[in-house]
Design a protein around this ligand. Structure first.
Ligand code: NIG
Length: 381
C-alpha cells in the first residue's frame, strides 16, 4: 500500500541531487521511499497524510549505543555531579547486574529503550555487547541485540574484568569469544584508553576481528589524548567514537581518511568533559557523525534531538551540519546507504517534526518536537 505524505513545509532529504525542498511531498510504498518531489507534482497513492506545513527529515541514525544491560548507576551519576571524575570503572557494576539478569529481562530492557528512541525519531540504531565479558554472556548479549537492533557490535574488549589478567583476557576476546559471537555481529569495537586496552592490545583485538570479516569501530580519545584515533585510521575502521581529546595530527589523520569521527555530546556533558572539537574536525574536512551513546553510566539518554541541540548551541555546528551528522553521518559511520536519506529506493524512515523547520531542534531545545515517525514504512508514532 502506498502512502502519500504531503503538505511538507521543509523537506531535508540529505540527497545532494534533491537537496532541501519546500512545499514538498513523498510517497512511501511498503518499506521504501517511492517518490520525492514538489507537492504539486505528487502522484496518487492509496492513502494521503497531510502534515500541514511541518518539517520532515530522515529518521535519526543512532550509530553508538550500549543498551544490552541491566541495573542502574544513579549513585555513580550523583557522585559525579558532586565532583567525582568519570573513570569508566563503573562499567564493572553494570557487568555484574547484566550477568545476573535473565535473557528475558535483558531483552525487555533493550526493547524498552529502543522503543523510547523510536518514539523520538530514531529509526536505525546500533547497539553493542560489552557488559557480559565472558564467552557465554557476550554471546547471549550479541544474540539478544540481534533480535532488536539494526546493527550489532561486539565489544568484548570493553574492560578487563576485575581479577583477570589483561593479556589472558585479550587472548580470550581474540579467540573463543570472537568465535562465539562472529556469526551474530557485523562489527567489532575496542575501548582504546588508559585503564581499558592499550594500543597493542587494541590492535590485536581489531586485527583478529578483521580476520573474521567483521567491520571495525573504536572507542578512542574519550578521557584524554591517546592512540585510539590513529589506530582506527590505520586499520581502516568505519568510525572512531568519542574523539573528545584530539591532537592536530589526529584531526589531520581523520580528515585524510574514510573513518568517521562520531561525537557523543550527551556523554561529554554527563561526564563533565570538554565537548568534542566538532568545528576543528569539520573545518579540516573530516566526516562527523553524532550519536547518543545511550548507556547507564556515561550517557543515559536516547535523545538524538538533545545531541543535535547541544552540537549547535555548544559545539558550533550549524543546524544543517548537526542534522546531517545525526542522520546521514550515522549512516556513513555504519556504512549504510539505505538509511539517513530520503530518496527513491531508501528505507522509508520518516521523521515529522511538530515545527516548520529543523532549525527548531536547536531554537527550542528540550521541547519534544517529534510529531510522527515511520520506520521501514511502518508507523511507529
Ligand atoms: O562509550 N567508554 C566506554 N564505554 C561507554 C561507557 C559505558 C559505561 O560507563 O557503562 C562509553 O562511554
Amino acid at each position: 500500500m502506498a502512502v502519500l505524505i504531503t503538505g511538507i513545509g521543509e523537506l531535508t532529504t540529505n540527497d545532494p541531487a534533491l537537496g532541501r525542498l519546500t512545499d514538498a511531498a513523498l510517497v512511501v510504498d511498503r518499506d521504501k521511499i517511492a517518490w520525492v518531489g514538489p507537492a504539486v507534482d505528487a502522484p496518487d497513492a492509496d492513502e494521503r497524510v497531510d502534515v500541514e506545513g511541518r518539517a520532515v527529515l530522515p529518521g535519526w541514525v543512532d550509530s553508538h549505543t550500549h543498551l544490552v544491560f541491566a541495573g542502574d548507576r544513579t549513585a555513580e551519576f550523583e557522585a559525579r555531579m558532586a565532583g567525582k571524575p568519570y573513570t569508566a570503572g563503573g562499567i564493572a557494576i553494570t557487568v555484574g547486574a547484566t550477568r545476573e539478569a535473565s535473557d528475558e529481562q535483558l531483552a525487555a530492557n533493550l526493547r524498552r529503550h529502543v522503543d523510547e528512541a523510536a518514539r523520538q525519531g530514531t529509526t536505525c540504531l546500533e547497539t553493542k555487547t560489552g557488559y557480559g565479558l565472558t564467552v557465554a554472556d557476550e554471546a547471549r548479549s550479541a544474540r539478544i541485540a540481534g533480535e532488536v537492533a539494526d546493527e550489532v557490535t561486539f565489544l568484548g574488549a570493553h574492560l578487563v574484568p576485575p581479577g583477570v589478567d589483561a593479556e589472558s583476557y585479550v587472548d580470550l576476546v581474540c579467540g573463543e569469544m570472537l568465535d562465539a559471537v562472529a556469526e551474530s555481529v557485523r562489527w567489532a569495537d575496542v575501548f582504546c584508553e588508559t585503564g581499558a586496552f592499550d594500543e597493542a592490545q587494541s590492535a590485536r583485538v581489531l586485527k583478529a576481528a578483521a580476520g573474521r570479516g567483521l567491520g571495525l569501530r573504536v572507542h578512542g580519545n574519550q578521557l584524554g589524548e591517546g592512540p585510539g584515533v590513529r589506530l582506527a585510521v590505520e586499520l581502516g575502521a568505519a568510525s572512531v567514537d568519542h574523539c573528545t581529546y584530539l591532537s592536530d595530527a589526529d584531526v589531520e589523520a581523520l580528515a585524510a581518511s574514510g573513518t568517521v569521527a562520531t561525537l557523543l555530546p550527551a556523554c561529554d556533558l554527563s561526564t563533565r568533559q570538554a565537548l568534542a572539537p566538532a568545528r576543528r574536525l569539520l573545518d579540516a574536512g573530516a566526516t562527523v557523525a553524532l550519536a547518543s551513546n545511550a548507556n547507564p553510566g556515561s550517557s543515559y539518554t536516547t535523545s538524538m534531538a538533545f545531541c543535535v541541540a547541544t552540537a549547535v548551541l555548544q559545539m558550533r555546528m550549524t543546524i544543517e551540519e548537526a542534522v546531517w551528522a545525526a542522520t546521514a553521518g550515522g549512516a556513513e559511520a555504519l556504512r549504510r546507504e539505505d538509511v539517513g536519506v530520503l530518496r527513491p529506493g531508501a528505507r522509508a524512515d520518516v521523521h515529522v517534526l511538530d515545527a516548520p523547520s529543523v532549525t527548531h531542534l536547536a531554537y527550542r531545545p528540550g521541547v519534544p518536537l517529534t510529531k510522527s515517525v515511520w520506520r521501514a514504512g511502518e508507523r511507529v508514532r
